[in-house]
Design a protein around this ligand. Structure first.
Ligand code: SAM
Ligand code: SF4
Length: 649
């Protein structure tokens, strides 16, 4: 490989067939209607525009929101149009191969552009960056920046360095043109990864966790120009210690650490002060949260997240009554139940408090009691089971048996499912885990039948590099068998979901209006001639920024993000894997017809809303922004397996 040295940075030659360094002048690098963007100095002279696309779970969506807020504060602008961007960032997911493939193909598409525009900065953030490290740059030399999920606070510095480095490289490249048969692409190679440090000494790593500042300095301004943001995610734990054998998360997101409760409450208060009325607490095993105050570490005057002592959860069939509440509870400890109670009582402006994702073993009665006794905590639990076979649960290292899971479901319903206020539960399942037999699969069928979930997220097993399962077990269930098992569970869940939906018909409910339905937004975009492209570099509607999730532009802050999630989940329900990672707790395919008629009051539109049990509700109302982000009462008039149809009261 013919590397050249330029300062300490390498210029990589691309061997891809057909790739040629352009010999033409700068004019050729222009996007139609854009300012020149060849070379670094021109980038420096103008406000840099970022295209950020997010793959994966809510945690990634929150990460993207937090880094975007930081970058906006530093003067960057965002564009939803990749062609107009000076900086392209992908916040990635590696939980399943499908999500990863999308990122590889996006990066592959940038090769030619990077030859034309050596000043272009390309960054890979998140789990894929952490898992593959610099091997990722070796495979995709277009990449300038790698930042793992535990190092995102370093992104602004690395971005600045990358921009400057690429400016220099571009200038050098202009002076030292390479032979036409050996085009090369520049990489500024800015890297921030946790590596193994977080596991080697998790407590110390937590104590030095500058990532906490990222959450603390979160921007409270609306994400887009129009309207005020009403729904937000708040992280309470990072990382995961469970080490399920199939899962890459403990390796990419590091050890589980718990944020200080005062920080979380403060963040909720500030969000409420900025107009937010719905908060979703996030954690990989969110109900495992616990903060021990006596052991808290301060750094630069800031209390740091804490690894926290492990406990074996809330008991279960085998451990009936042993400790169905956190055993370390007391004045010096904030348990998950305490945290829910505090947010509910100390931030009354939060009208809806949700949390995902829960781990079945960690549900003590204390948590269920708090949900029962605090009306603004939503009656919705997302509690993945993964399999109905005890043999597979053991191979997966899930730490519970089916009997314990069922005991938890019964207990949760006994506490929380009443005729006035129902409880809804959703689950995750993996089909085709190594060695899964027909008998194992039938056990999963039986569990789904007993559990009567509102919805389930069903995944075909995907062997992930770095996990225990990929080393220990051959991926021996044929793809066709995985697919047919996947489809059978989806069909079964569809029938169950339909039945659960029908129980709501005729009821009057309070819903949180998230925005126009997906179909309505598509219709409106088509009517405008094109999706809001933000040409001119200012993002959507002249607002601060626009985020893109799995290639779909999101608008209206978190409500918009969730709507993008809804579309993905809808694909899954239709029999495919998620578009780019998991979306927990949401599913919809808009099946209610959009009203085309104008009423005497004005044009009508279809809105999408959500009950406190996480059921998706569609209703028609007068078009306009006033409803969005508010709590309204509706009467449910129809139900299908994915949504409820309703009328505004
Ligand atoms: N922390 C949550 C829990 O334990 O349930 C879930 C987080 S995981 C990132 C989201 C879902 O992805 C899991 O519940 C599991 O069903 C699925 N998943 C994770 N690894 C997978 C793999 N290798 N193949 C298929 N599905 C996988
Ligand atoms: Fe992955 Fe298991 Fe942790 Fe969930 S609990 S993030 S599935 S290791």
């Amino acid at each position: 490989m013919g590397f050249r040295r330029c300062w300490s940075v390498e210029l990589y030659r691309l061997f891809s067939a057909g790739m040629r360094r352009p010999e033409a002048g700068p004019e050729e690098g222009h996007e139609k209607g854009c300012e020149p963007r060849l070379g670094g100095p021109k980038i420096a002279a103008m406000a840099r525009r970022i295209y950020l696309e997010t793959f994966g779970c809510q945690m990634n969506e929150l990460d993207s929101e937090l880094v975007s807020g930081q970058l906006v504060a530093l003067g960057y602008t965002f564009t939803p149009d990749r062609a107009l961007a000076d900086v392209i960032l992908y916040n990635t997911c590696s939980v399943r191969e499908h999500a990863e493939q999308k990122v590889w193909s996006r990066l592959g598409e940038l090769k030619e552009r990077k030859l034309l525009e050596p000043g272009l900065v390309v960054g890979v953030l998140g789990c894929l960056a952490e898992r593959d490290g610099v091997a990722l740059i070796n495979r995709m030399p277009v990449v300038d920046i790698l930042v793992g999920p535990g190092e995102l606070d370093k992104l602004p510095g690395l971005l600045e360095n990358a921009v400057k480095t690429n400016e220099s490289l571009a200038a050098d490249a202009a002076l030292l043109p390479s032979p036409p048969d050996q085009p090369y692409v520049t990489s500024a190679r800015q890297v921030a990864l946790q590596g193994n440090a977080s596991r080697r000494s998790a407590t110390l790593a937590a104590a030095g966790d500058s990532l906490e500042l990222l959450d603390l300095s979160r921007s409270m301004s609306p994400m887009v120009g129009e309207g005020v943001r009403r729904s937000a995610y708040v992280r309470i734990t990072r990382g995961c210690n469970k080490f399920c054998t199939y899962c890459v998360v403990p390796f990419t997101r590091g050890a589980e650490v718990h944020r200080p409760p005062d920080h979380i409450i403060e963040e909720c208060k500030r969000l409420a002060g900025s107009g937010v009325i719905e908060v979703t607490l996030l954690g990989q095993t969110v109900n495992h949260y616990r903060f021990e105050h006596g052991a808290a570490v301060m750094l630069d005057g800031i209390m740091q997240p804490q690894k926290g002592r492990s406990y074996a959860g809330g008991g279960g069939a085998g451990l009936a009554g042993v400790h169905r509440r956190d055993p370390f509870t007391g004045a010096n400890v904030t348990t998950f139940a305490d945290l829910l109670r505090r947010i509910h009582d100390e931030v009354p402006a939060i009208k809806r408090l949700r949390f995902v994702t829960s781990y079945p073993r960690d549900f003590g009665d204390d948590v269920l009691e708090v949900i029962r006794d605090h009306p603004r905590i939503c009656r919705y639990l997302h509690v993945p089971a993964q399999s109905g076979s005890n043999r597979l649960l053991k191979l997966m290292n899930r730490g519970y048996e089916v009997g314990e899971y069922l005991e938890f479901l019964d207990r949760a319903r006994a506490f929380l499912d009443t005729s006035e206020r129902p409880l809804e539960i959703s689950g995750d399942f993996i089909v085709g885990f190594p060695t899964e037999t027909d008998e194992d699969f039938e056990a999963t069928v039986a569990l789904i039948h007993k559990a009567q979930y509102k919805n389930s997220f069903i995944f075909k097993y995907s062997p992930r590099p770095g996990t225990v399962a990929i080393d220990k077990f051959a991926d021996d269930v044929p793809e066709g068998v995985k697919r047919s098992r996947n489809n059978r569970l989806l069909a079964m869940q569809t029938a169950i979901s339909q039945g659960r939906g029908e129980r709501y018909v005729g009821r009057e409910l309070e819903v949180f209006v998230e925005g126009y339905s997906t179909r309505e937004r598509k219709k409106r975009a088509a009517e405008r001639g094109a999706c809001a492209t933000g040409s001119g570099g200012g993002g959507v509607g002249g607002g601060l920024m626009a985020l893109t999730v799995n290639g779909k532009l999101t608008q209206g802050g978190l409500a918009g993000l969730e709507m993008a999630g809804l579309e993905r989940a809808g694909h899954e329900i239709a029999g495919h894997e998620h578009g780019g990672g998991e979306v927990s707790g949401h599913e919809v395919r808009v099946e209610v017809e959009v009203s085309e008629k104008a009423s005497p009051q004005g044009p009508r539109a279809q809105f999408s809303a959500r009950t406190d049990t996480d059921m998706i509700v569609m209703f028609d109302a007068e078009a306009g922004e006033e409803l969005v982000g508010s709590l309204r009462r509706v009467i449910v008039t129809s139900a299908n397996s994915l949504t409820l149809g309703a009328e505004l009261v």
